[in-house]
Design a protein around this ligand. Structure first.
Ligand SMILES: *Cc1c(COP(=O)(O)O)cnc(C)c1O
Length: 372
């Protein structure tokens, strides 16, 4: 038996809708499938506006433009995250002030944010790691008090909630990913979520190369031209058509992932109670969208041994982020503060295979090897 770490799941309708998009004779962006996908999110979760983008990274770059990031502005980002959470703001000239994770889970420690705020701070970027919510009430209260914007990196957080509120709808702006490693995929793909109405008009312009093309096609202006900065952030209709097939099957995909996640948890709980490792933490205020199943080992040596043992049994498990504050690109720009929880997750966290076509028997086999 050979168990990969991830296998992209196809619902069966992707090619059908892509064919339809092609024969609609409209291949570029902002067509019927794009609108259908955007409406799905707006209606199901209550975003003020959604825009499909070519990636979550691009959606984050749009956020940096919308937040009007200028050279020297500071942005607070957890160090334990994917590069893009920081990179999108760095490209706009921001200095990243890295925050540490919580003890209980890898999310940003909201208690430590206020001490990082200076007169130059403009944005806080909470990342909902593994689709589990950050403590958004605390983060929004800090942002209100200091007049900061909040951009949720919700790349992993589709269909997950904080105190009943969908993730991505709480901050001023948010970014989602449909990369093939996420729950709902389109190969490469992403989405900008807008919750503060004052950003909608400008976001549409930035999305379409700095032009007011979207307004023109709605008949709101009688000519279109270059009115602002921007890029080609919108996704092709062919990709949106693929995504639509996934969204139609979201409930089924989520149910299967949760079933497997719960099976892992149940089978590994006895080992965790003996102190072999720590299981994923889902606080009372959060839900689990089964994006990821991870273990936190006691130290680097035990994690290395576990990954090796799984590999010998043809099971591919992977470790995750290396701390961004000590990355080759940013270490000299970091202010030198130690971020011990972040470093601990970088050393000790291991992700186990989790994808739609994984079977319960596979999970049993993986857990058996882990117990050994
Ligand atoms: C996957 C991921 C991204 C990047 O998503 P892309 O769609 O590949 O650009 C950004 N942030 C986090 C936390 C992610 O997990």
């Amino acid at each position: 038996m050979n168990i990969p770490f991830n296998k992209p799941y196809l619902t069966g309708k992707e090619a059908h809708y892509m064919y339809q998009a092609v024969y609609n004779g409209k291949l570029s962006g902002n067509g019927e499938f794009t609108k259908r996908c955007q409406r799905f999110f707006e209606e199901k979760y209550g975003f003020k506006k959604c825009l499909l983008t070519t990636s979550c990274t691009d959606a984050l770059e749009m956020c940096a433009i919308l937040c009007d990031i200028k050279p020297g502005d500071e942005v607070i980002v957890p160090s334990y995250t994917f590069v893009s959470s920081a990179l999108a703001f760095v490209r706009a000239g921001a200095r990243i002030v890295f925050a540490d994770s919580m003890k209980r889970n890898p999310n940003i420690d909201a208690e430590q944010i206020e001490a990082l705020i200076t007169p130059k701070t403009k944005v806080i970027v909470p990342v909902h790691y593994a689709g589990v919510a950050c403590d958004m009430d605390k983060i929004m209260a800090i942002a209100d008090k200091h007049n900061l914007l909040v951009v949720e990196d919700a790349a992993q957080a589709i269909d997950s909630y904080y105190k009943g509120r969908p993730l991505g709808t709480i901050g001023h702006l948010s970014a989602f990913s449909f990369h093939e490693t996420k729950n709902i995929i389109s190969g490469e793909g992403g989405m900008l979520g807008i919750n503060d109405e004052r950003f909608i008009r400008r976001a549409e312009i930035i999305w379409e190369k700095g032009t007011n093309r979207a307004e023109f096609f709605r008949g709101e202006v009688n000519k279109y031209g270059w009115v602002d900065t921007g890029s080609s952030f919108l996704t092709s209709e062919v990709v949106a058509a693929f995504l639509w097939a996934q969204l139609e099957n979201m409930d089924d995909i989520q149910a299967k992932r949760k079933l497997l996640w719960n099976k892992y948890y149940e089978l590994l709980e006895p080992e965790s109670e003996k102190g072999a490792f720590v299981l994923p933490d889902v606080p009372d205020y959060a839900t689990n969208n089964a994006h990821m199943f991870y273990l936190v080992c006691n130290n680097l040596e035990e994690r290395t041994a576990l990954i090796k043992k799984l590999k010998e049994n043809d099971i591919l498990a992977v470790f995750h982020y290396l701390s961004l504050h000590s990355s080759e690109y940013y270490k000299d720009k970091h202010d030198g503060r130690a971020l011990p929880e972040c470093d601990r997750y970088a050393d000790c966290l291991v992700r186990l295979p989790l994808f739609y076509e994984l079977t319960e028997a596979d999970v049993e086999q993986i857990c058996k090897v882990i117990k050994e």
